[in-house]
Design a protein around this ligand. Sequence first.
Ligand code: HEM
Ligand code: HEM
Length: 185
Amino acid sequence: PSDIANQGLGENIAPCSSCHGAHGEGNAAAGFPRLAGLGAPYLEAQLDAFASGARENAVMQPIASALSTDQRSAMATYYSQLSAEGAQASKGQSDNPPDTGAELAEHGRWANDIPACVQCHGPAGVGVGEHFPALAGQPAAYLEGQLRAWRNGKRPGGPMGLMASIAAKLDESDIKPVAQYFAAQ
Ligand code: HEM
Ligand code: HEM
């Protein structure tokens, strides 16, 4: 897997590191997500979803489809084992006042049946276990894109459809602030 990560494979697979960074830290400016330290089952499910087309993304679809099932699994294990330390590419970067998205992230909005994001994603979005991915330090544009993908049916809803249901309940005006909040953690 480290060969594929750093050198790519044939014509169809550019090195993962060219977008996701040499240590899987992602690229805040370009909006490429961090992979380091996310759970292996989560990463594998994402690669499988790109390969099947259930998660729509023009860049990742051909890459994931060109990998075999075993290679997708191996890449997921590889990135899950890279240190999350220092993988927060966008740490400290936010255009919004820190408390705009914080309220939703930390307390949710029960009037609209929206639970606190940190209930599943951990304090400040550090991630919990292998199935609840870290949001901390993911590029804001990436996080925003995922919330929109669920609202538009372009990404599978996640376990029990949890994220599709939460994303659907957000106000349009919630999306940027909450994305910025987690990006800056
Ligand atoms: C997303 C793995 C190569 C651009 C992802 C995700 C995974 C992944 C697991 C989902 C992350 C998450 O859900 O948090 C890989 C692997 C690669 C590879 C294993 C090499 C074999 C690349 C390359 C590029 C790229 C070369 C750029 C040309 C992206 C982008 C996304 C993404 C833009 C976000 C997709 C979206 O918005 O849904 N990648 N990647 N990746 N990757 Fe890659
Ligand atoms: C994934 C945001 C609340 C469970 C994600 C992702 C984002 C996100 C952006 C994608 C991460 C990535 O692609 O790397 C939020 C926000 C929340 C929230 C802004 C609050 C408004 C919750 C809650 C739960 C939850 C309360 C649990 C009940 C999950 C799960 C995934 C996920 C299981 C992985 C989905 C998958 O496997 O595709 N969330 N989340 N989230 N979230 Fe949340």
